[in-house]
Ligand binder design. Structure first.
Ligand code: R2Z
Length: 157
């Protein structure tokens, strides 16, 4: 929604967006004249997502250890079977992802019921990011593989 020649940049120092004009090289905090504010707000809204996840690691994980088990020696196939059993219980409403993640997730986020907080593109491993941004708020992913292991993801924001 910006006039041509302008781009949005992320200011690290003040954790907010600013607007940069490629030709004049000027930076401004407020959207330049001619910006379609509705479109800009829609774009900025979908740039961050909030999610919780349940991670089951295996012996080929980039770090085959966790708060709950060290070392982790299960095979990737076994990790997928374990995650499928959790997926079934979540899908039939027996348990929530948060409840299971608290005791079963091999990520330190287990202490926060699997919550990873808000994140933007470029922060998580590509397959995890892609899967999360494809979810609607409240939706549960299918099994997602990353170098960390295998995950179920619930988008919460
Ligand atoms: N911004 C937030 N909240 N934290 C930084 C996350 C860094 C990011 N992490 C991941 O992509 C894995 C997969 C999705 C969640 C995640 C968690 C990993 C999984 O455990 P590990 O393989 O590291 O032992 N534990 C922490 O990082 C990365 N680019 O490596």
């Amino acid at each position: 929604g910006l006039p041509s020649g302008w781009t949005i940049k992320k200011s690290r120092s003040r954790n907010r967006n600013y607007y940069f004009n490629e030709s004049t090289k000027e930076s401004v905090w407020e959207p330049p004249v001619g910006t379609n504010i509705q479109k800009l707000e829609a774009f900025e809204a979908q740039s961050k997502v909030k999610a919780s996840h349940l991670l089951i690691k295996h012996r080929d994980s980039r770090r085959p250890a966790s708060w709950r088990e060290d070392p982790i020696t299960r095979s990737k196939e076994d990790a997928i079977e374990i995650l499928k059993s959790h997926q079934k219980r979540i899908l039939n409403g027996e348990q929530t992802l948060s409840e299971i993640a608290s005791t079963e997730s091999d990520c330190s986020s287990a202490k926060r019921k699997g919550d990873l907080g808000w994140f933007e593109r470029g922060q998580m491993q590509p397959s995890f990011e892609q899967a999360t941004f494809a979810l609607k708020v409240g939706e549960l992913s299918d099994i997602v593989e990353t170098d960390s292991g295998v995950h179920l993801i619930e988008r919460t924001g």
